[in-house]
Design a protein around this ligand. Structure first.
Ligand SMILES: Nc1ncnc2c1ncn2[C@@H]1O[C@H](COP(=O)(O)OP(=O)(O)O)[C@@H](O)[C@H]1O
Ligand SMILES: [Mg+2]
Length: 375
């Protein structure tokens, strides 16, 4: 079997890229997955995409893969290119892992994703999209609020000043997003509560892997408890060391509520295969969806890989299972009952079985050379 791992290698393209660290990381993920999948009769090749988007077609032509493992998060240093890649693979007719153009596009357009959630009755904080500072006159949301770029990911554009308590700070935060990112700002009610992540794996059936929670420590005293860009990417910063991701300790009722909310959000965006839904839980125990990640980090030290490990799925088994999910789409999923790998068999247990093994989950590991926060 020929497997091509497709990833962006575009972190060097922009002189002043506010998401450079996030972009750089995917190169390491591709290398780790290449190693995990090698062996047997498999030929694994990489396709690194930089500025020349047309090179994808040429590489596919040369490698003729049976399946593509798609890790592309951006094209030419622009996150909006993420959704182009599955569309192209769809047209070429090669099976690929992960989410469709539609799901990736919706999740990146946070306001569109939230409109869908609201239409389906999935709780997400009230919001408004703002294209200019002038539009703030008509804004009626109560403070505190959080301001984020409407089309970014990986905490790009999030720092302590993103959380605002009054109109003056709101104006500054919005104008910074408009100026820096040349895209609308999403103004959202700030939920001051626990931050819980729900990793999801598989389609028929779909399982929640063990949930994690961000623990905000000293660096967040008298500060908004938000996972800033620094907290995710600058491992030398106190924000990073003081925002550990740990196995979530929830009452069974809250855990069930979090999983149900995450599953409903996932289905609303037509997501599939693997990814993560991020929640904040308010003081009344109500989970709110703040972010849907259908192309989440798959590094061996990522939260997703650790959650899989805690459920008894090794990294090579996880990598192989993603390939199987892509193949099921093109060959039908009869494989579910028959020739499954150990990974697939392990994921077909009930939520509860999976959760009971969470003891194996380690605290966030530090990754040399620009590691990423566990998400
Ligand atoms: N409505 C909200 N209430 C409280 N915190 C939030 C809210 N939205 C975002 N955050 C904080 O900001 C971080 C990044 O926001 P998120 O929407 O996940 O953006 P990204 O897509 O860049 O990861 C979250 O991990 C969380 O800590
Ligand atoms: Mg997020």
């Amino acid at each position: 079997m020929r497997i091509s791992i497709l990833h962006n290698r575009d972190h060097h393209l922009l002189e002043d890229d506010p998401g450079r660290e996030a972009r750089e990381d995917v190169v390491r993920v591709a290398a780790a997955l290449e190693k995990a999948l090698e062996g047997g009769k498999r030929k694994v090749s990489l396709i690194a995409v930089d500025r020349d988007v047309w090179s994808i077609g040429q590489a596919l032509e040369a490698q003729r893969p049976d399946v593509v493992l798609n890790l592309c998060e951006s094209l030419a240093a622009d996150a909006r290119g993420e959704m182009v890649v599955p569309a192209l693979l769809e047209m070429v007719g090669v099976p690929y892992t992960g989410n469709s153009a539609l799901a990736l596009g919706l999740s990146l357009h946070k306001d569109k994703a939230k409109e869908l959630l609201l239409a389906r009755g999935v709780p997400t904080p009230q919001f408004q999209v703002v294209q200019s500072v002038g539009e703030l006159i008509s804004l009626e949301l109560p403070f505190p609020l959080i301001v984020k770029p409407a089309r970014e990911d990986a905490s790009v554009g999030i720092d302590f000043d993103a959380v605002v308590q009054d109109r003056a700070a709101l104006g500054r935060a919005v104008s910074r997003v408009l100026r820096t990112f040349h895209q609308p700002a999403l103004v959202e009610r700030y939920i001051d509560g626990r931050e819980i992540y729900v990793p999801l794996l598989g389609n028929h059936p779909r399982r929640a892997l063990p949930l994690t929670e961000i623990h905000y420590g000293k660096a967040f005293e008298n500060k908004p408890r938000v996972l800033t860009y620094k907290a995710k990417w600058d491992e030398a910063s106190p924000e990073c060391t003081d925002s550990a991701a740990r196995p979530a300790s929830l009452t069974p009722a809250l855990e069930r509520r979090c999983i149900e909310t995450a599953m409903a959000a996932w289905a609303a965006l037509d997501c599939r295969d693997y990814g993560r839904v991020d929640l904040r839980v308010d003081k009344d125990g109500q989970p709110f969806v703040i972010d849907i990640n259908p192309n989440c980090d798959l590094h061996p030290h990522s939260g997703f890989a650790k959650a899989a490990a805690a459920a008894g799925i090794s990294y090579p088994d996880l990598a192989w299972h993603l390939i199987e999910l892509a193949q099921e789409r093109s060959h039908g999923n009869s494989a579910i009952e028959t020739s499954r790998s150990t990974a697939a068999r392990r994921t077909s247990g009930a939520h509860r079985d999976v959760h009971s093994r969470r003891g194996g989950m380690r605290a966030r590991a530090h990754r040399p050379g620009g590691r990423r926060h566990q998400p």
